[in-house]
Ligand binder design. Structure first.
Ligand SMILES: NC(=O)C1=CN([C@@H]2O[C@H](COP(=O)(O)OP(=O)(O)OC[C@H]3O[C@@H](n4cnc5c(N)ncnc54)[C@H](OP(=O)(O)O)[C@@H]3O)[C@@H](O)[C@H]2O)C=CC1
Ligand SMILES: O=C(O)[C@@H]1CCC=N1
Length: 264
C-alpha cells in the first residue's frame, strides 16, 4: 500500500506520526503533499515520511488520506489523477460520502472517517463509514490505520456528524476542563505545575475507570461523594452552574456545525 497524504497539517501529521510509530505503516510508503511549505517540512520532520512538491507526483499511490480543511477538499480532490481506481479516506468534518464520491476520480472507493488529535499519543477515538463500493479489504485498511492509534469503530454514515461533535471536537472540551480544574487548584493555593499535573492525571484516571470497570459513570461518581463531604459540595456547585447542560449543548452545537459544513 502506497499512501498519499493530501494536506500535511495538524491532523494529517498526528495520524501518520501515530500510525508509523505503532508500526502499522512504514514511513517509506507514505508521501505527503501540502502547498504550504512549512506544513510539508514539519510533516517530514515529525513522521520521517517524504513529501512531494506537486499533487501529480502522488499518482502512484493506491490510497489517499484527505486531510485538508473541508473548504479546501474540492480543489484537492479535483487535482487527483482522473480515472484512477483508488481508496480515498477522508477525515474532513461534515463532507458526506456522496459529496466525496462526486468530487473524487470516478472509480474511487470512499471511506469517511472522523479521528481525533489524541491519535498522536496512541489514544485516539475514531469512527468510520464505508462508501458503497468500498470493499472489506478497504474497511480493514481504515481499521488498521485508525486502530493503530486508538479505537476505531465502524458506524453508519448518519452517525458521523454526532461522532464529530463528541469525539472529534471533544478533546478541546476536555482540555478546557483540565485547564479549569487546574485553575481551581491554583485558586485554592496549589502551584500551577502541580495543579496541572494533578488535574490531567485525575481526568486520565477517571476515564480509565469508566473504560476498565464498565461501571456507569454515575455510580463511580457516587463512590467518591461521602455524605456531607467535600465532593457533594463541589457537585452541587457544578449542577448550579449547569455543567452537564453546557457539555450536552457543546456536543450538539459541534454536531450541528458538522452538518452545516457538509452543506458547503
Ligand atoms: N484538528 C482536529 O482536531 C481534527 C481535524 N479533523 C479534520 O481534519 C482536517 C484537517 O484539519 P487540521 O489538520 O486541523 O487542519 P490544518 O489546517 O492544520 O491542515 C490542513 C492542511 O491542508 C493544506 N491544504 C490546503 N489546500 C490544500 C490542497 N489543495 N492540497 C493539499 N493540502 C492543502 C493546508 O494548507 P494552508 O494552511 O496553507 O491552507 C494545511 O496545511 C479538517 O478537514 C478537519 O475537519 C478531523 C478530526 C480532528
Ligand atoms: O474543529 C473542527 O472543525 C475539526 C473537526 C473535529 C475537530 N476539529
Amino acid at each position: 500500500m502506497e499512501i498519499g497524504v493530501i494536506g500535511c497539517g495538524k491532523m494529517g501529521t498526528a495520524l501518520i506520526t501515530g500510525a508509523i510509530r505503532s508500526g502499522a505503516i512504514e514511513a517509506s510508503k507514505v508521501h505527503g503533499y501540502d502547498p504550504y511549505p512549512a506544513a510539508a517540512d514539519s510533516f517530514r520532520e515529525a513522521t520521517g515520511a517524504s513529501t512531494v512538491a506537486e499533487l501529480d507526483s502522488l499518482a502512484n499511490c493506491d490510497t489517499y488520506l484527505l486531510c485538508t480543511k473541508p473548504q479546501q477538499a474540492a480543489e484537492a480532490l479535483g487535482a487527483l489523477p482522473a480515472n484512477q481506481s483508488s481508496l480515498v479516506i477522508s477525515i474532513a468534518a461534515g463532507l458526506s460520502i456522496d459529496w466525496l464520491q462526486k468530487h473524487s476520480p470516478s472509480d474511487s472507493r470512499i471511506i469517511r472517517c472522523m479521528p481525533n488529535t489524541p491519535a498522536l499519543v496512541g489514544e485516539g477515538a475514531a469512527a468510520f463509514a464505508l462508501g458503497q463500493s468500498a470493499t472489506t479489504a478497504d474497511a480493514e485498511t481504515a481499521k488498521t490505520l485508525l486502530g493503530s492509534v486508538g479505537i476505531a469503530l465502524e458506524v453508519p454514515e448518519i452517525q458521523l456528524d454526532a461522532v464529530t461533535g463528541l469525539s472529534g471536537s471533544g478533546p478541546a472540551f476536555v482540555f478546557m476542563i483540565i485547564e479549569a480544574l487546574a485553575d481551581g487548584g491554583v485558586r485554592a493555593g496549589l502551584p500551577r505545575a502541580q495543579a496541572l499535573e494533578l488535574a490531567a492525571q485525575t481526568v486520565r484516571g477517571a476515564a480509565t475507570m469508566v473504560s476498565e470497570t464498565g461501571m456507569h459513570p454515575g455510580a463511580l461518581k457516587d463512590q467518591v461523594a461521602s455524605p456531607g463531604g467535600t465532593t457533594i459540595a463541589g457537585i452541587s456547585a457544578l449542577e448550579a452552574a449547569g455543567l452537564r447542560s453546557a457539555l450536552i449543548e457543546a456536543v450538539a452545537a459541534a454536531t450541528r456545525r458538522s452538518i452545516e459544513l457538509g452543506h458547503g
